[in-house]
Design a protein around this ligand. Structure first.
Ligand SMILES: Nc1ncnc2c1ncn2[C@@H]1O[C@H](COP(=O)(O)OP(=O)(O)OP(=O)(O)O)[C@@H](O)[C@H]1O
Length: 260
C-alpha cells in the first residue's frame, strides 16, 4: 500500500542488462506535488531508472507501485491505461517533424480520447497557451528554436492532463536564459497544474532552484547513496562523493544558483 500523498513508490528495484547491474536496492516514494531530481554522475543509470518508471524498460526485480498497483505486474492493456497518467519529455523533445506544433500536441488526444476535432483544437490552444507557444500552432518543428521545441514538447506532454511528468535532461542544448525560463515553466506546471515532476538533469543550478526532493545514484556501488533535496545534499550531506559532486558542479555556475 502507498499512502495518499505518495504517487509512486519504488521498492527494492534492480535494473540490469544481462549480467551488468546498473542499479540495485533502489527504493523511494514520490510525493504528490514534489519536484524529484534523479542525480548522479554520467552512466550511473538515471535515464535507465526513468525508463523503468514510464514503462519503457522492465526492471530485473523489485516493484514500481503506482497508487496501489504494481505497474510491471499489470498486463499491457492496464499498463497503457496507467501510462495516461504520465507525461514524458525526452531530451530531444521528439516532435514529429512532418506535423505542425499544433498537430503534435493534438496527437495524444486523437489517439487516446474520443473528443471532437473542435474540442481538441481548443485544448491544443490552451496547452500551447500554457507554455507561451500559441503563436506557433501552425509552424513545423523545423521552423522554431530549440527552446520553443522543448516548450512544444511540454505542451504535448501535458496533452492528456497527466498527474506525473517525467523530464529527461529538459535543458540540454539550451542557452542559460532559455534554460532558466524552462525552470520557471516547470515550477508553473507544478504550482498551476498540481503536477508531480521527476527530472533527470546535469544542470545542478537548475535542480537547486526547482527540486525539493531527489535521489543520488552512485555509479561505483550501483546503488542510491543519498536522498533529499539537491540543495540539502549540497549543503548537508555527510557523504564525500555526494558533496564533491554537488559542489564541484555548483562552482561552475554560481551566478545562476538561486540558493537565497
Ligand atoms: N539497452 C542497453 N543495453 C545495455 N546497456 C545499457 C542499455 N541502456 C543503457 N545501458 C547502460 O546503462 C548504463 C546507464 O545508462 P544511463 O543512460 O541510464 O545513464 P545516465 O546516468 O542517464 O547517464 P548520462 O548522465 O550520461 O546520460 C550505462 O553504462 C549504459 O551504457
Amino acid at each position: 500500500m502507498t499512502t495518499s500523498d505518495t504517487l509512486i513508490s519504488v521498492r527494492d528495484l534492480t535494473i540490469a542488462f544481462g549480467p551488468k547491474v546498473i542499479q540495485q536496492n533502489v527504493s523511494f516514494d514520490l510525493k504528490r506535488g514534489s519536484i524529484f531530481a534523479v542525480m548522479g554522475g554520467s552512466g550511473c543509470g538515471k535515464s535507465t531508472l526513468l525508463k523503468s518508471m514510464v514503462g519503457l524498460l522492465r526492471p530485473t526485480s523489485g516493484q514500481i507501485l503506482v497508487g496501489d498497483e504494481d505497474y510491471w505486474a499489470q498486463d499491457e492493456k492496464r499498463r497503457t491505461e496507467l501510462n495516461h497518467r504520465f507525461g514524458v519529455l525526452f531530451q530531444s523533445a521528439a516532435l514529429w517533424s512532418s506535423m505542425t506544433v499544433g498537430e503534435n500536441v493534438a496527437l495524444p488526444m486523437e489517439m487516446f480520447t474520443s473528443l471532437t476535432p473542435d474540442v481538441i483544437r481548443r485544448l491544443v490552444e490552451l496547452k500551447l497557451g500554457f507554455v507561451g507557444m500559441e503563436q506557433a500552432i501552425d509552424l513545423l518543428p523545423s521552423e522554431i528554436s530549440g527552446g520553443m521545441r522543448k516548450r512544444a514538447g511540454l505542451a504535448r506532454a501535458i496533452a492528456l492532463d497527466p498527474d506525473i511528468l517525467f523530464f529527461d535532461e529538459p535543458s540540454a542544448g539550451l542557452d542559460p536564459i532559455t534554460s532558466a525560463r524552462l525552470d520557471d515553466l516547470i515550477l508553473t506546471l507544478r504550482d498551476g497544474l498540481g503536477a508531480t515532476i521527476v527530472i533527470v538533469s546535469h544542470e545542478l543550478p537548475s535542480l537547486f532552484k526547482i527540486a525539493d526532493d531527489g535521489i543520488f545514484l552512485d555509479a561505483k556501488t550501483h546503488t542510491p547513496i543519498a536522498r533529499g533535496a539537491p540543495r540539502d545534499l549540497r549543503d548537508h550531506s555527510a557523504i564525500p562523493d555526494v558533496v564533491a559532486f554537488m559542489n564541484r558542479m555548483a562552482e561552475i555556475s554560481p551566478a545562476t544558483d538561486a540558493k537565497g
